[in-house]
Design a protein around this ligand. Structure first.
Ligand code: C5P
Length: 299
């Protein structure tokens, strides 16, 4: 069984303040994009194994895929079936694109099917939210408003049709560190209301969405990483209808309507040491690649 786990960007991300549990209350709009990790699942007699092909020496220990698989076993009180998992990592890590959460969600969806656990999307979202704040979003994906830690979801449909030019600078940013930096200041002013963005996404109007892009982490991080402001500016100047930081960074992205425009902008951006991806907005978090039952496969 082979699955694509799609990355996300945040159309808006406002932090409303710290919570007693150490997390922060958020309001965000998630949107999936067509940059995906590939994950293969083969039934095994017993046990859960993971192999990672990333070219970057990512550690297997502590990977959210393993946590997701074990949580699913625990939740259903059944660890008799095993699985061997192979991850081909394409989504940059520490980049604000939700790659680890996407992988965890894809694992829950895949193993629910492979092990025939019969859990609903809502069950999987509940398990996912115990793994990470935005795992629940990826179970269904598309476009959604996220509140609470980001796990309380209101679906916003498929989202607009368009493309994102995503720029990854040559460094990662840890989400926990970004939130710590937010807490070092308190003069943030009135919070951004998500209503106009929600309306723009509902209307599937890319230009309106582009005009409403917002991310509170820009105020938090631009002082320490001025290159992020430069990237956002370059994307806007290159013809994107809006550009903004994704999640807690380090990626910024711009929006355009057409694939050709996205690819032309990606080609002509001249940002040293940055990786650039031109990808469509997509209306799903997880996509099954092959429908042939794994056991009957001849190749
Ligand atoms: O939930 P997740 O494990 O993805 O979050 C990573 C870290 O980011 C948390 O340990 C916490 O420090 C911070 N975080 C937060 N408030 C949120 C989401 C994440 O403070 N809503």
């Amino acid at each position: 069984m082979k699955i694509l786990a799609f990355a996300k960007v945040n159309f808006i991300l406002e932090i409303l303040g710290p919570r007693p549990d150490g997390y922060h209350e958020l309001v965000t709009v998630f949107q999936n994009v067509g940059l995906a990790d590939e994950i293969e699942f083969e039934p095994a007699e017993r046990g859960i194994s993971l192999e990672i092909n990333s070219g970057k020496g990512l550690e297997v220990k502590g990977n959210l895929i393993l946590r997701a698989a074990r949580k699913l076993q625990k939740h259903t009180g059944d660890d008799k079936q095993g699985v061997s998992i192979r991850l081909t990592k394409k989504i940059p890590v520490g980049a604000g694109l939700g790659g680890g959460s996407a992988d965890a969600a894809a694992t829950l969806v895949a193993l629910n099917r492979l092990w025939q656990r019969g859990l609903s999307d809502e069950d999987l979202q509940q398990i996912g939210s115990e793994i990470g704040s935005d795992v629940a979003f990826f179970i269904r994906g598309g476009a959604a408003l996220g509140e609470g830690r980001g796990e309380r979801l209101t679906p916003l449909g498929e989202g607009p049709v368009g493309h994102a030019v995503i720029v990854r600078p040559p460094f990662s940013i840890s989400t926990a560190d970004a939130f710590k930096a937010y807490r070092r200041r308190s003069d943030w002013g009135p919070p951004r209301d998500p209503a106009r963005m929600v309306e723009a996404v509902g209307k599937k109007n890319l230009n309106l969405v582009g005009g409403e892009l917002f991310n509170r982490f820009e105020n938090v991080l631009y002082g320490e990483y001025p290159v992020l402001a430069a990237i956002r500016h370059t994307l806007a100047a290159a013809g994107c209808c809006g550009a903004v930081l994704s999640g807690s960074g380090s990626c910024a992205y711009g929006l355009v309507e057409k694939k050709e425009e996205a690819e032309a902008i990606a080609r002509k951006l001249n940002l040293r040491e940055c990786e650039v991806f031109a990808v469509p907005l997509v209306s799903e978090g997880v996509r099954f690649q092959d429908v042939t039952p794994t056991l009957n496969r001849t190749t």
